[in-house]
Design a protein around this ligand. Sequence first.
Ligand code: C2O
Ligand code: CU
Length: 552
Amino acid sequence: GITRHYKFNVKLQNVTRLCHTKSIVTINGQFPGPRIVAREGDHLLIKVANHVQNNISIHWHGIRQLQTGWADGPAYVTQCPIQTGQSYLYNFTIVGQRGTLFWHAHISWLRSTVYGPLIILPKRGVPYPFAKPYKEVPLIFGEWWNADPEEVISQALQTGGGPNVSDAYTINGLPGPLYNCSIRDTFKLKVKPGKTYLLRLINAALNDELFFSIANHTLTVVEADAVYVKPFETDTILIAQGQTTNVLLKTKPHFPNATFFMTARPYVTGLGTFDNTTVAGILQYDLFPSKTLSTISIKKLPLYKPVLPPLNDTSFAANFTSKLRSLASFQFPANVPHKVDKRFFFTIGLGTSPCDQQNQTCQGPNGTRFAASVNNVSFSLPTTALLQAHFFGQSNGVYSPDFPSSPRIPFNYTGNPPNNTMVSNGTKMVVLPYNTSVELIMQDTSILGAESHPLHLHGFNFFVVGQGFGNFDPNKDPANFNLADPVERNTVGVPSGGWVAIRFQADNPGVWFMHCHLEIHTSWGLKMGWVVLDGKLPNQKLLPPPADLPKC
Ligand code: C2O
Ligand code: CU
């Protein structure tokens, strides 16, 4: 591989959407941020210089960071944030990975504006396991608030209630013509007939899982979270926050006398307040030489809109996810751990914590504050970085290694909800010896709210060996686990009122964050950490921290 240098200047930029102009935090003034394109085996050196008042850190979502946990990015987990006027060089190699990923800010809600595609091409001369596409196009979904998202989250945390919903979804930063004042801010994909396009779909939205479809066109799914899957055709994609999906789009053999909308809108299982609006882009057949295109109004052509599943179409969601299977070929095997060293059972869900505001009623359920937890522990980030504490043997007072491997109180997740929804706070981690093979069952509790949780694990890919609705049954369900061709990914939707089973090999020493990628749930504490100890061989040890590692 080669070494690629990038310079990320964190700076404010005025951006106008929905007729609102505001100053947002960006990388190099771009919104969405710059696209990183590299090849498998390349070495990336990305210098991030902070010129804004906010502290910041950047996460390379889905990059394994073998031995280089210091470059992973979550603030207070693997590093202290980069302070105003400071910079940090993210230094890592892309080992054994190729596909679509993304990068985003990993502190507070700054990822609402600080995000961009991270595309890893195969090594030179190595083909895709499908015919070479004519063109490749990244489509990154986001959310836009007319207000400052940092205000939105700080207000939610102060009042204990839910955050204000966003004002629009976006494709490549553009809300599209179904929103007020946005016709000019529409993503347009110009295509030629009879060609195959590779669309690299990325869901960088904060709080919503999305359906995506293109009118009158079929999509072939070929990759999920930068791992090839067995190709299958579908009209609609479901993509959770933090997930990426590659699809092939075959254009019609002749110029159609029409224009086509591509739209995305949330999949929501819970009640409550959410944004149920639709972002639209345009698939436009390039009928005319580009010189004259601007003079011909596309408005004169008939316009086709896709039909998306209903907002709460859980059977579509379950059916779609069950189709995702690893390629499991000779060249791209599915290395599912068959023997399990350590089993964990985590309950995932929302709860409450006491109202600590004096002379004020908290706006959460029954005058409490919203909280979210894993095994009833709502994770609090320390004021220093967990990885540093681990590496320098200074974990005392920073974190405790006693994260419960199962909830203390057995619970019927589909029965009546318990009266006590209180969570406890803590900074607890699981400590694993190097190369432990882990099976983890994640059970959604649906005690409060009923939304799926896109659980994201840093530092690893995992295999989704099972999933179901209702209570996980340890006596029955494991018999049906798929150990042959389960999908391999870094973010999995734990279905509302259901469970998923994942397996991974803890072969990456360091401290690895795991959290819900539905951002408000993370803010409420739906997060925890894994400490993976060094192995014996030199290539099984976490490397020492770089000299410019930010200080708290
Ligand atoms: Cu994309 Cu910890 O996140
Ligand atoms: Cu969640």
